[in-house]
Design a protein around this ligand. Structure first.
Ligand SMILES: NC(=O)c1ccc[n+]([C@@H]2O[C@H](COP(=O)([O-])OP(=O)(O)OC[C@H]3O[C@@H](n4cnc5c(N)ncnc54)[C@H](OP(=O)(O)O)[C@@H]3O)[C@@H](O)[C@H]2O)c1
Length: 257
């Protein structure tokens, strides 16, 4: 029996990871802030799949929350074989419209927590010579689009660099870059989604299944779904200046007022 720790496990992509990993027979450690929702989900996964489901209520925008999850990942008595750094959120508004405290919270959750939790997990995985880390980024990492895209670009660069440094150690790292996924993300951020065409929406369970297949193949970057693979191919060939214009127009159309 192996065990997986998933941050942001109560909703959207994180909940889909938890469901899939529990269904595959892995014990799970579920991390998010809402303790009651965590307990409900743990009970459901335990009852349905017969796995151990532990809850850890932690705010990854706070040092104490990050430290609590670091300590759990470093506990030699309860090794974690797969870490999914998934917790994340969007801020409503463009640069200078978002308060600095909210910008910094995003950096803390998307970058500092991912750095510290990846380090805590991989240090002990390397000693055991096995383990995996999935860091959830976004296709927004590949277009010049605000603090959110910049934080996700950091996740991609960091993850692929660490994967290279740990190559041959038995520890795999992969950045997961989904397009639009139907979750609570946009509603929580107060973002309108009416302008996003139906074909652009992905299903969280399918994203997770594609991601785990890519991790098993040893990929360090996963862009689920052929539509987004094609789109990212176009993005690579488009000059960054033009891309910035297209993406900021899309931001106006899709984003908050
Ligand atoms: N949905 C998309 O279109 C999309 C596309 C590309 C990438 N992503 C990325 O995918 C990841 C998951 O997003 P999602 O769409 O599944 O969002 P979601 O449905 O809003 O779920 C977010 C999860 O993160 C947790 N969370 C948020 N802030 C947290 C904090 N400070 N500390 C601990 N947990 C926190 C939430 O639980 P609590 O509120 O209880 O803490 C919840 O479980 C994010 O990193 C996001 O950037 C999303």
């Amino acid at each position: 029996m192996t065990s997986a720790l998933i941050t942001g496990a109560t909703a959207g992509i994180g909940a889909a990871f938890a469901r899939r990993l529990a269904a595959d027979g892995h014990d799970v450690v579920l991390v998010a802030r809402d303790a009651e929702r965590l307990r409900e989900q743990a009970t459901e996964l335990h009852d349905r799949h017969g796995v151990e489901a532990e809850v850890l209520s932690a705010d990854l925008a706070e040092d104490a929350g990050i430290a609590a999850v670091e300590a759990r990942l470093a506990d030699p008595k309860r090794p974690v074989d797969l870490l999914v750094n998934n917790a994340g959120f969007g801020n409503k508004g463009r640069f200078l419209e978002v308060g600095m405290a909210d910008e910094l919270r995003m950096m803390k959750v998307h970058c500092e927590a991912v750095l510290r939790l990846t380090a805590a997990a991989t240090a002990s995985m390397r000693e055991r010579r096995r383990g995996g880390v999935v860091n959830v980024a976004s296709v927004a990492a590949f277009v010049p689009r605000g603090t959110y895209g910049a934080s996700k670009a950091w996740v991609v660069q960091f993850t692929q660099g660490a994967a290279r440094d740990l190559a041959g150690s038995g520890v795999r790292l992969m950045a997961l870059c989904p397009g639009f996924v139907r979750t609570e993300f946009h509603q929580r951020a107060g973002m309108g989604t009416d302008g996003i065409p139906g074909w652009m929406w992905l299903d969280a369970d399918k994203v997770v299944s594609d991601a785990l297949a890519d991790l098993a193949r040893g990929r360090t970057l996963s862009v689920p779904d052929p539509r987004y693979k094609a789109l990212m191919g176009v993005v690579k060939l488009t000059p960054r200046g033009l891309l910035g214009g297209i993406s900021s127009r899309a931001g106006r159309k899709y984003g908050p007022r």
